[in-house]
Design a binder for this molecule. Structure first.
Ligand code: XBP
Ligand code: MG
Length: 249
């Protein structure tokens, strides 16, 4: 019996990466006097490491080994990450990053159908609330029974920990919930916690291995712009009845 939908954020609720986080990183590098700039293609490689601070650390270790930073405090990483987050949220508040097709519609339909809603993400809580408020209105924060975000658990996706934490908050078993993700890393985290997982791909994740997903779609679809199903043929609009149908197959 389906009781809750758990939404990933980056790449799922909105295409936040290429023209959001990436551009904010590049602006933050300039602000800190660093000559680094991440191309759209290079950023795609860095996305294999989840979490902004973790991604920066990986970049420094692999690509800037001569730059000093204090592993104990994070030093440069923390400073750049904080600037990046401020610049990213400025982009959100400017309305530059809309929700993906079908997201607002499915959130509203799920609420009407009595399903609980949750957010399960690697990004920071402030980034989540700013995105939701900007795109859906301030009242939308009350729609979510749980917002599992950022450093609440130390092990980020693909570890299942953040999903397990969200399930514990909801006091629901995995069998009563469905996750919506955009990446293989997210799929691994959600299925690792025992959740049936629907995938909506984006340009960065389209070619990834989504074995074990409930279905792999271009997006959630709108009545005038249906999704394309990518793991097999078909098209349509994801609504609560469709989710029930997939779960009972
Ligand atoms: C994907 C991520 C995040 C974002 C940015 O998150 O890996 O790191 O790129 O978030 P999601 P921060 O689980 O929502 O797909 O820079 O704030 O960490
Ligand atoms: Mg994601």
């Amino acid at each position: 019996m389906l009781k809750a939908l758990l939404f990933d954020v980056d790449g799922t609720l909105a295409d936040t990466e290429r023209e959001g986080h990436r551009l904010a990183y590049n602006e933050a590098f300039v602000a800190h006097g660093l000559e680094w700039q991440w191309s759209a293609e290079f950023y795609g490689q860095l996305l294999a490491v989840t979490g902004g601070k973790e991604r920066l650390r990986h970049y420094l270790e692999q690509f800037q080994p001569d730059v000093a930073w204090d592993p104990a405090t994070g030093g440069l990483i923390g400073a750049v990450y904080q600037t990046k987050t401020e610049l990213y949220q400025r982009r959100l508040l400017a309305g530059e990053i809309p929700l993906r097709p079908g997201v607002a519609r499915l959130l509203r339909e799920a609420r009407t159908a009595g399903l609980l809603l949750g957010v399960v993400t690697t990004t920071s809580p402030g980034n989540v609330t700013t995105l939701l408020e900007q795109t859906l209105g301030a009242e939308a924060l009350d729609w979510f029974s749980v917002i599992a975000a950022g450093d609440i658990v130390p092990a980020k996706k693909p570890a299942p920990d953040i999903y397990l934490w969200a399930l514990a908050q909801l006091q629901l078993p995995a069998s009563a919930c469905l996750a919506i993700e955009d990446s293989a890393v997210g799929l691994q985290a959600a299925t690792g916690a025992g959740l049936a997982t629907l995938i909506t791909v984006n340009d960065y994740t389209r070619g990834e291995d989504f074995g074990g997903a409930l279905a792999v779609l271009s997006d959630l679809g709108e009545p005038d712009a249906p999704y394309r199903r990518l793991d097999q043929g078909g098209s349509g609009v994801v609504d609560v009845a469709q989710l029930h149908a997939w779960l009972s197959q």
